[in-house]
Design a protein around this ligand. Sequence first.
Ligand code: HGY
Ligand code: MN
Ligand code: MN
Length: 424
Amino acid sequence: MTLASATPSLADLRVDGARLWQSLMDLARIGGTEKGGVCRLALTDLDRQGRDLFVNWAMEAGCEVRVDAIGNIFARRPGRNNSLPAVMTGSHIDTQPTGGKFDGNYGVLAGLEVLRTLNDAGVQTDAPLELAVWTNEEGSRFVPVMMGSGVYAGAFTLEHALSQQDRDGVSVREALCGIGYDGAAAVPPAQPDGVGAYFEAHIEQGPVLEAADTVIGVVTAALGQRWYDVVLTGVEAHAGPTPMPLRRDALLAASELVLAVNQIALAHAPNARGTVGWMDVFPNSRNVIPGRVRLTVDLRAADDATLSAMDAALRAAAEAAAAARGVTAQVDQVVYFPPQPFAPALVDSVREGAKALSMSALDVVSGAGHDAVYLARVAPAAMIFVPCKDGISHNEIEDARPEHLEAGCNVLLRAMLAQAGVAA
Ligand code: HGY
Ligand code: MN
Ligand code: MN
């Protein structure tokens, strides 16, 4: 039976927005900050506490829970025919250091609310449903970004991910074992056997929906990204006796590179993005000419050719800044994925769901990366955006309206049921 032919009660099925909001607030207390944000870095004890809370909720909802070797959690709700590929949803619960309550957490808890709603209504789907919590989506403590979904989809190997280290030299393997989420479930081959469709609900994290006074973002694609670690090496020297022409000032070169990153993005307006988000100056003493600067670069674009052009421009800019200042530049790319279109049929089901629920909707391209970007390599995937206040995210003041979160969750419910079918 499909949703369209289902009894009117099923077509009128709605999630419990208050329960969704309460779950978000309960989870937000784990790593909650004074400013009302959340700091729950990947594979820390706070991440463990959040994972444990989710697993308890999923088991209370009657799900079978398994954890794979990179720590991805899968809560499975059996259907009538469990030989069918699962209809999956999910997101992440790791956050930025100054993250918010909703980035990632909303997608996980919206999926949980769908399962709870189906339980309350006694609805059995034809296909099984799966709710995933993906490891280290943020890429703040460990790169690559979207690590758990990337391993799951075969974007990089399990060993590559487990061997990555944070800035304190702690490996993913050590941290994962440290929180007890080095799961026994095998990470599936690049083509996981059991995913028929993947949906991810997420706040937009930008200003488009709010500016258009629109509730549902129908996400057609996501920008491609290239991330780099850059090291500029000069010579530490005394800030007083060293004449200006004789200096090999790494911070001067770094400053020129930061401006160049901005110019490279502006040269490919309006969709390109360029950001230097982290910098380490050595020895970082007020009367020593910096001898070494490490910094990160994040480049994004809507098409792969532009992303390649930006890559070339960045490398040229690093060489030019280094040569001009008598320093050396080392540019290492640590993340690359091309722009990712989502599955037209699933994108249509999001658009149709919004229409059936009389919600305003707008096609948007995601400037942020999401686990759906990698899931789209192994299954048809689509995303559902809802607005966030002032378009602000990756900030402790991140906020969203309960009615928008509820609306997005109702669209998720309909889209998942349309794919999973409902047992007669
Ligand atoms: O960086 C991103 O786009 C995401 O927040 N990981
Ligand atoms: Mn996110
Ligand atoms: Mn994020």
